[in-house]
Design a protein around this ligand. Structure first.
Ligand code: SF4
Length: 320
């Protein structure tokens, strides 16, 4: 990991219009920096806005407010040329390796498609690149002529990874890339992503709900609740000194491999449901479920503040 900021969310918001003039606030005022060569883990309950944030950071969704900055330059997604150039730098690996590959295309065409769109290489060189990419992700070169349905889930995810790598991106959003896979295959795919990062200097945003995997793969971790980042720290710091009440509850649910320690562990249950992103509560978004909520929490939303070097928390009650 370097100190160079590759991707930056600057007060980034993404809202979706619903019927009846209502608005769904999926991502709310997110400030985040991702450094070149790092893996930033993004965790939170389902529906908290993780995938929407990932898709906004790679230009699939246009921000409603705020800026997406890449390599120090704001990306204007309304500009077709700029959007096209950015699409070559940022790619995504999807959660579902079954739905994300076109069943009518051969594996070779799926991997080569991005190179064709971006005018990379002639046909012969593209075929050579497809063969190289199949080697890199641990598949056979002959697989280029087969169709996705002939492969297992783990193999399909390797095809998805080869497709993402084909146009030589710098930044990859890994959107729960292993959650649809067998546990036995998950480690293989994680190790492959790790090796590729080392070899190619890739930068990852790794979205997941399995906190053990996120800890293993991430340099830093951001915890999201109802569209906002509530805590951000290095993996070791977050697990050793969890500060936000929501992160504490989330991490207390992670099983410990030692059965003795697991039996003694105090698990914090969060009461109530996640409030609707259509009618967000006033003040701290977590106040309706937080055991420590006070009047101030219900009146004003806490800012994400640096409490100790590199450790950011959005909570009125956490002091530096
Ligand atoms: Fe809980 Fe208040 Fe902190 Fe929000 S600001 S997490 S409600 S203590």
């Amino acid at each position: 990991m370097t100190n160079e900021v590759l991707v930056q969310a600057d007060h980034l918001c993404k809202y979706f219009k619903l019927g009846g003039g209502r608005m769904l606030h999926a991502v709310e005022d997110v400030n985040l920096e991702i450094h070149r060569g790092e893996t930033l883990g993004l965790v939170g309950e389902s529906g908290c806005g993780k995938s929407t944030l990932g898709r906004t950071l790679m230009g699939i969704y246009k921000p409603t407010k705020g800026k997406l900055v890449y390599g120090g330059k704001e990306i204007d997604l309304t500009n077709k040329k700029e959007r096209f150039a950015f699409a070559k730098k940022a790619q995504i690996i999807f959660q579902d390796p079954y739905a994300s590959l076109d069943p009518r295309m051969t594996v070779g065409s799926i991997i080569a498609e991005g190179m064709e769109i971006h005018g990379m290489y002639d046909e012969k060189k593209r075929q050579e690149r497809v063969a190289e990419l199949l080697d890199i992700v641990g598949l056979n070169r002959e697989h280029a002529n087969r169709f996705p349905h002939e492969f297992s889930g783990g193999q399909r995810q390797r095809i998805g990874i080869a497709r993402a790598l084909a146009i030589e991106p710098e930044f990859i959003v890994c959107d729960e890339p292993i959650s649809a896979l067998d546990v036995s295959i998950q480690a293989q795919v994680i190790n492959l992503l790790h090796e590729l990062q080392e070899k190619m200097g890739l930068t990852y945003l790794f979205i997941a709900h399995d906190l053990n995997i996120v800890k293993y793969i991430s340099d830093r971790i951001a915890v999201m609740y109802l569209g906002s980042v509530v805590e951000l720290a290095t993996s070791d710091e977050l697990y050793a000194n969890t500060l936000h009440p929501y992160s504490k509850a989330l991490l207390s649910a992670v099983p410990i491999p030692d059965p003795h320690k697991e039996a003694q562990k105090h698990r914090q249950i969060i009461d109530g449901d996640v409030p609707s992103p259509i009618n967000k509560p006033k003040g701290c978004a977590f106040s309706s479920r937080c055991p420590q909520a006070c009047d101030k929490c219900r009146q004003s939303a806490p800012e994400l503040r640096e409490i100790r070097p590199g450790h950011f928390v959005a909570c009125h009650l956490v002091e530096g």
